[in-house]
Design a binder for this molecule. Structure first.
Ligand SMILES: [Mg+2]
Length: 315
């Protein structure tokens, strides 16, 4: 409902006199009114131009008001239009049926001007409130999603943070319980990271971490997760991946990093990483699996850095 426009009402009644009386009352109160004489025309009209509210006669030949209402309530395009039934005073059963079929209210014949206006206004306002609530709810939901995303993201690198990857690891562990498909972990550490901080300052250290993260992010597959595990350490989770599959991913990142030159001011810098890989299995905890990746990585550091080591391969 656009507040800057006149609210529009469709009146559906097979009695021309009723149509005219209602239309006059509503036009006097600045509503934009359209009129149709039967249910089929009403549905056709609404399909083309959604009114803000419908006044719907119950007793009409061919298609009665209840059927029209059911049609409108069955479609997501029209289900939210408030429908006020028009019924004769003695039709008490109709009033109950009116609510059951999805109407919000009813107006009895003969019409009382003040009653018609009061009921229409009330339901216009209720509808406006419902729409505002919906908008507010959507905004709140979006804000919550943004907050949640921020709480799971490492500020510097934009990768997952520790909390997020731990949750993903737990989820993978649950999935493993059902599918028995292994997943691989890669723990990667920037070689001689201290050098960048000491030689070019901490901003440079941050720059290197950001640049490396971009390389990692563009090298992993869609289903993989990459996180900053802490300091200059990264943890990668590769669902449904074998040790060899993990090796391929790590080697790809290692190679890309080795080939890459990062321009920092006037400096041309290069960075390498050492990778340790482990595989989750039923006999391990997640902690144990991370520890094994860490051991493999440490082995790589000991044997010359800038390399990929799989846990089982050096045991
Ligand atoms: Mg009638």
């Amino acid at each position: 409902m656009n507040e800057n426009l006149q609210a529009s009402i469709l009146i559906v009644d097979d009695n021309i006199r009723n149509l005219q009386v209602l239309a006059n009352i509503l036009r006097d109160h600045n509503y934009k009114v359209a009129m149709v004489k039967d249910g089929k025309k009403a549905l056709k009209f609404i399909k083309k131009k959604t009114p803000d509210l419908v006044l719907l006669d119950v007793m009409m030949p061919k298609m009665d008001g209840f059927e029209v209402c059911r049609h409108l309530k069955a479609s997501s395009d029209t289900e939210n239009i408030p429908i006020i039934f028009i019924s004769a005073l003695h039709e008490t059963e109709d009033k109950i049926k009116a609510f059951e079929s999805g109407g919000v209210d009813y107006i009895t014949k003969p019409f009382h001007k003040k009653e018609v206006v009061a009921r229409v206004r009330t339901h216009m306002e209720l509808q406006k409130s419902r729409e505002s609530l919906k908008i507010a709810y959507r905004k709140l939901q979006k804000a919550y999603e943004e907050m949640d995303r921020a709480a799971r993201t490492d500020i510097l690198t934009r990768l997952s943070n520790r909390r997020d990857i731990i949750e993903k690891l737990k989820y993978e562990k649950t999935k493993f319980g059902r599918s028995q498909k292994p997943f691989a972990l890669i723990l990667a550490d920037v070689d001689d990271f201290k050098y960048f901080n000491d030689e070019y300052g901490h901003d440079c250290g941050d720059f290197i971490l950001e640049s490396i993260s971009a390389v990692i992010q563009s090298s992993v597959r869609k289903q993989d997760s990459a996180a900053r595990w802490g300091g200059e350490e990264f943890l990668l989770l590769l669902p449904e991946t074998s040790l060899d599959g993990g090796f391929t991913v790590a080697e790809k990142i290692r190679q890309r990093l080795t080939d890459q030159v990062f321009e920092y001011g006037k400096w041309r810098l290069s960075a390498t990483m050492t990778f340790g890989i482990s595989i989750f299995s039923a006999s391990k905890t997640i902690d144990k699996c991370i520890k094994q990746a860490d051991e493999a990585m440490y082995q790589g550091k000991k044997t010359g850095k800038n390399r990929v080591v799989c846990f089982k391969k050096f045991k």
